[in-house]
Design a protein around this ligand. Structure first.
Ligand code: ZN
Ligand code: ZN
Length: 353
């Protein structure tokens, strides 16, 4: 991307500029500044952003926490939602005026074995919004027409934004977990993702035990249908869940390897642990002996496909899910990141550009 110092710099007048939140260096505060509007390439669409969520992944991106790093300067954001205002050549999937979501899977090749077998999220050619290509934290964003997902009428864009990552990621995790009626599902971490995971586990017919460190989040978990809650700051979640008979599935959503290990140990025989969160500290210990003797499955789950996201929107439009979020101006991006890092946010922050 090209960054301009201010509105009066050499940015071409005919393409203009707009405001976005830009990462210039890992660990530095983001700059909310004017950036140049780029010409669209074939297949791309320009979206006027109405709402854009703050996911923990955005913070990891801004810090350069993971083995594969983005290249500053870049604009984070993979929960952008807005109206299509311009079409690049060849776009037939959406029209100007459509409301669309711009998820993490910003682009995939469409022809590799993963793409054609329903696992486009594993495509090696994929581009990721807010990471390898600029994301939704701006007044406008550029996306690929084939990979945006229509937001149905009646779904509030400020709800649609968290559904675009937190929603679809946990929806897919519950699918991958294979939750069936009467299964006990342990949700480790009740934040932006966890509060949705509880609801999708319930929709799949599961009973839910939610684990977190604050009473505020556990109260939210109960409101959303968790039958049991465990405050891991006060009691051992493994013992508490084993007293319930052990979890059929555990969903690891907290960015802490210790929490992953607790999730593993909370399983009953033949249980499944689903890795979803991506802690900066990239290692945990799994005992081989217990995994073999207890028939344990450990599986990773990364976001969801366009079809998964359509289903997520369908469930929300039908009134089957609730999104807990607070709206803040994009200009307050650095304070918002600090609040998320300090655990001061109940579920999700959504920026208004
Ligand atoms: Zn995310
Ligand atoms: Zn592919």
């Amino acid at each position: 991307m090209t960054v301009t110092a201010d509105v009066t710099s050499e940015a071409p007048v005919e393409t203009g500029t707009y405001t976005a939140a830009v990462v210039h260096g890992f660990g530095e505060p983001l700059a909310v500044e004017r950036v140049a509007r780029q010409a669209l390439e074939p297949g791309q669409v320009r979206v006027q952003v109405e709402a854009s969520g703050l996911c923990h992944t955005d913070i990891h991106a801004a810090h350069g926490d993971w083995p594969v790093k983005p290249s500053p300067p870049f604009v984070p954001g993979h929960e952008g939602v807005g109206r299509v205002v311009e079409l690049g050549s060849g776009v037939t999937e959406v029209a100007v005026g459509d409301r669309v979501a711009m998820p993490w899977l910003g682009y995939a090749c469409g022809t590799c074995e993963h793409c054609v077998s329903g696992w486009e999220t594993l495509c090696l050619e994929q581009k990721n919004m807010g990471y390898s290509i600029d994301g939704g934290w701006g007044e406008y964003a550029v996306a690929y027409g084939r990979y945006v997902v229509p937001v149905p009428d009646g779904v509030d864009p400020f709800d649609a934004a968290p559904l675009t990552c937190a929603g679809v990621t946990t929806y897919k995790a519950i699918k991958v977990a294979g939750t069936r009626s009467s299964d006990l599902v342990a949700v480790f971490g009740v934040g932006g993702l966890g509060h949705m995971a509880i609801q999708y586990a319930r929709i799949a017919g599961g009973r839910v035990v939610a684990v977190d460190l604050t009473e505020e989040k556990l109260r939210l978990a109960r409101e959303l249908g968790a039958e049991f809650t465990v405050n891991a700051a006060e009691q051992d979640p493994v013992a508490a869940i084993q007293r319930l008979g052990g979890a059929d599935q555990a969903i690891a959503l907290a960015v802490s390897p210790r929490s992953f290990e607790q999730a593993y140990a909370s399983l009953r025989r033949r249980g499944t642990l689903v890795f979803v969160a991506l802690p900066a500290d990239n290692a945990m210990t799994i005992p081989i002996f217990e995994t073999v003797l207890n028939g344990i499955t450990v599986v990773g789950s990364i976001v969801g496909t366009r079809v998964d996201l359509r289903e997520v929107f369908e469930l929300h439009a039908a009134g089957m899910t609730t999104v807990t979020r607070e709206v803040r101006p994009l200009a307050d991006v650095n304070d918002a990141i600090a609040d998320v890092e300090a655990g001061r946010v109940a579920a999700r922050i959504v920026f208004e550009p």
